[in-house]
Design a protein around this ligand. Sequence first.
Ligand SMILES: CSC[C@H]1O[C@@H](n2cnc3c(O)ncnc32)[C@H](O)[C@@H]1O
Ligand SMILES: [Zn+2]
Length: 442
Amino acid sequence: MTADTITAADTRINARWLIPMAPVGQVLEHQAVILRGTRILDVLPQDKADHQYRTRETLDLDQHVVMPGLINLHGHTAMSLFRGLADDLPLMTWLNDHIWPAEGRFVSENFVADGSRLAMAEMLRTGTTTFSDMYFFPEVTAQAAHDVGMRAQICFPLLDTPTVWGSGPEEYLSKGAALIEQWQGDDYIVPAIGPHAPYTVSDGPLAAALELSQETGAPLQIHLHETAFEVREALKATGKRPVARMADLGILNSNSQCVHMTQVDDADLEQVARSGTHVVHCPESNLKLASGFCPAHRLLEHGVNLTIGTDGAASNNDLDLFGEIKTAAMVAKAVAQDASALPAHQTLAMATINGARALGLEHELGSLVPGKLADVIAVDLSDPFLQPVYDPASHLVYSNHGRAVSHSWINGVPQLQDGRLTRIDMPDLTLRVSQWRKQILS
Ligand SMILES: CSC[C@H]1O[C@@H](n2cnc3c(O)ncnc32)[C@H](O)[C@@H]1O
Ligand SMILES: [Zn+2]
């Protein structure tokens, strides 16, 4: 082998185990992942890499699983500042009597800047490299994610009623169009449209949201069929289930993501599957607010692209996607009354390649394949609570929690090194969060 057959690259990650998610179900051992610039240059056995690559740095992760960064497809990041503020309540009481009044009093640009950084710190610490957000002042969250170097779909909110971010649909839509204009094509940010829910957005603004999505290609995300109450009230008011109403409006399509879907009859299932709409399963928020159970196994059987999200930290109450993965797998088995429902690899796919597909970024994210963006995480399996290792995928889903994540890279940039965040000043953030606590308590 001569020197000129050796290729220069930036980072070599030697992985004891590798779960590339391409194909889903594969577990490899003693592989090297080679990063150059923002992308994965190669994935190959370590002995072959010795002869083919010279890198600026090499990490020996000989007790770790290396896999694609996790994709949290639904949340309200700044709501991390409301974590633990209102527990043990059903959705509409939680929103009407606690969260919406608190948002009216406290949410501002500064609140969103600090709250979204707190959420990003937690997500990065627990293995998420891409998140989706739906919240007020989306321009602030977009800038914060870009500054940290975290990948994010930022959905601007759309409601019929005035909020701290706008006076009504017209203003939300014009500010939202500006957000799309500013961020579309960015390396980190995917701007998107976030009509809140069928019960807070009427047909006119929904039609305008769809038009904006079709004109710009921006994805659309909406809370849908979160509770039986939502479906019952819609039937009383309109004679239609919300899924049918969304289908009639054209909102269900392959560039849309429906969040929750705990109430699914055969007609709903057929409409969602036929339209190619992506579904975001948020099992912990659904459990905590007693909203219901998303029938994950039935959606998967019908070929629906099923993804996963934490929802906000005020209804979960954490943003640890590995925890959510475990809950999703466990709940699916109970709901299906079938222990083989949502097996480990399929649940990991929901949090990686399925999430990438929902964002329209399947060719760029969600698996460790040469040419894709270098969004990579490593999970340290050396702790006693993860011993012994027969099957690393089993541990990631059934035994792990996000704190075992030791390293991450986004666009090839290290974000987490040996469990330490590289790009968020935690002492400064902790101080700011404690100031918010004082203000909210007072
Ligand atoms: C329009 S910005 C987002 C809006 O949604 C509220 N919210 C948070 N969690 C949920 C949920 O589970 N269902 C419905 N709405 C939710 C949040 O407080 C904001 O007001
Ligand atoms: Zn939500």
